[in-house]
Design a protein around this ligand. Structure first.
Ligand code: LLP
Length: 415
């Protein structure tokens, strides 16, 4: 089902024209489809049906409360990486008992808050973290449920910035060091060993690296079992890619089938931490062309969205589909779509064939994941609003930031 499609020459989100959204909420604006969000979650759940599974949405991909709430209603847990994300889960009415806490740098304050909230599992990434966690738990008269994030040292074959499962990455505990650290964990008073986890990278388009990582994990699970450490769950992380342009990621059905086949008859709960695949293609950035400008070598469409709104092109040279909201007759020309920010890196797309004029609206696709959540206020630009389309209804799920908000916490020094 294509939730973003042209109807009568105008691009719609479900049944709502993007021109109407621009009129009501202004541009730039993030637009999400409820149907697309829910369909992707249901597709993931369906792919896992018949197995004991918890899908912990990696909310760093998009942490708007409305989206967390939709997923929570469908039974999702959450993969968090900060105290801020835990606060969002709670504010959205999510269940802390379905939260796993990832990340290499959990602070004392974050650990304390997560312990008090009663999260499902701390995904521990170092010996130092394990010791700190045990001390804090003992002092609070609690026991922290943990899994160790093992680094399986497999090549995820994705962009180096978002590849995490290699020895040279900062993530996880080396495979060969894991058994000793599990023994240490089992001996600590504030710790209860419950699982194992791995996450090898993001935007993976092949199944093979996931299977290679799983094999390494299962090898550890069996060794631990023999030494008397029994694990209740295996957390396979996130990472399934989406189609931005012409990538051919595995279907969720094939991905899950391959993993469950490899897991065989083991009686163990499986956790997943998908982010991008649940939200990436459920959102777009709606932006208006301020100016069209030519020089000797290029045409520029200067739009009102910029790298602060959608950082992925500038940061990873990521490609996002860009199209005109209203199709114009006339000859398409090749454009670089750039923002108003004073940096050459401020582009959203290059060499795109478009028939457009200043004042036209453009849609920047596949922006539901790592779009708004990575946005900033660079150049003192207020962050864009977010709207969620549900059939013919439009809900404002985040207001446009006000300029006064940008410096409300700042102070002049005394004269
Ligand atoms: N679990 C852990 C421990 C992670 O670090 C991540 C993503 C995920 C799950 C979710 O991965 P996903 O299913 O979304 O691939 N900003 C980058 C992506 C960074 C991913 C970081 N970790 C981008 O825009 O491509």
């Amino acid at each position: 089902m294509n939730v973003f499609a042209h109807r009568d020459g105008v691009l719609h989100a479900e049944s709502v024209s993007l021109e109407a959204i621009a009129r009501e909420f202004g541009t730039p604006c993030y637009v999400y489809s409820r149907a697309a969000l829910e369909n992707s979650f249901r597709e993931f759940a369906l792919a896992c049906s018949g197995h004991d599974v918890l899908i912990c949405y990696a909310m760093k991909a998009n942490s708007n409360l409305a989206i967390l709430d939709l997923f929570a209603r469908l039974g999702a847990g959450f993969d968090i990486v900060s105290g801020g994300e835990l606060a969002r889960v709670i504010a959205a009415g999510g269940d802390p008992g379905k939260v796993v806490f990832s990340g290499v740098g959990k602070s004392e304050a974050e650990i304390r808050i997560a312990l008090n909230a009663g999260i499902l599992c701390f995904n521990v990434e170092s010996e130092g973290e394990l010791e700190r966690l045990s001390q804090i738990a003992v002092a609070a008269k609690k026991v922290a449920p943990i899994s160790l994030r093992v680094n399986p040292d497999v090549d995820a074959k994705t962009h180096p910035y978002i590849s995490t499962g290699l020895k040279q990455n900062k993530f996880g505990i080396a495979h060969e060091d894991a058994p000793a650290l599990y023994r240490r964990a089992a001996s600590l008073p504030g710790i209860r060993v419950v699982g194992i986890d791995c996450h090898i990278g993001s935007q993976l388009t092949e199944i093979a690296p996931f299977l290679a990582a799983l094999d390494r994990v299962l090898n550890l699970v069996d060794r631990l079992q023999r030494s008397g450490i029994h694990l209740e769950h295996i957390d396979l992380g996130g990472g399934v890619g989406i189609r931005y342009r012409n990538e051919e990621p595995p279907s969720l059905a094939n991905y899950a089938k391959a993993l469950f086949k490899r897991l065989g008859r083991r009686k163990v709960r499986v956790l997943f931490e998908p982010g991008r695949v649940l939200v990436g293609n459920a959102g777009l950035v709606l932006t208006r062309i301020e100016y069209v400008k030519q020089n000797e070598s290029r045409n520029f469409a200067i739009v009102d969205a910029a790298m602060n709104d959608l950082m992925r092109p500038a940061l990873y040279s990521a490609w996002h589909g860009i199209e005109a909201v209203r199709q114009r007759p006339g000859k398409a020309r090749k454009y670089d779509i750039v923002g108003p920010i004073c940096e050459t890196g401020d582009f959203l797309g290059k060499n795109r064939m478009l028939a457009v004029e200043s004042g036209d609206l453009l849609a920047i696709h596949s922006a539901g994941a790592y779009g708004m959540s990575m946005s900033s206020n660079y150049n003192s630009r207020p962050r864009a609003p977010e709207v969620l389309v549900d059939g013919d209804q439009v809900h404002l799920i985040r207001e446009r930031e006000q300029i006064a908000d940008l410096f409300s916490g700042e102070r002049l020094v005394p004269r």
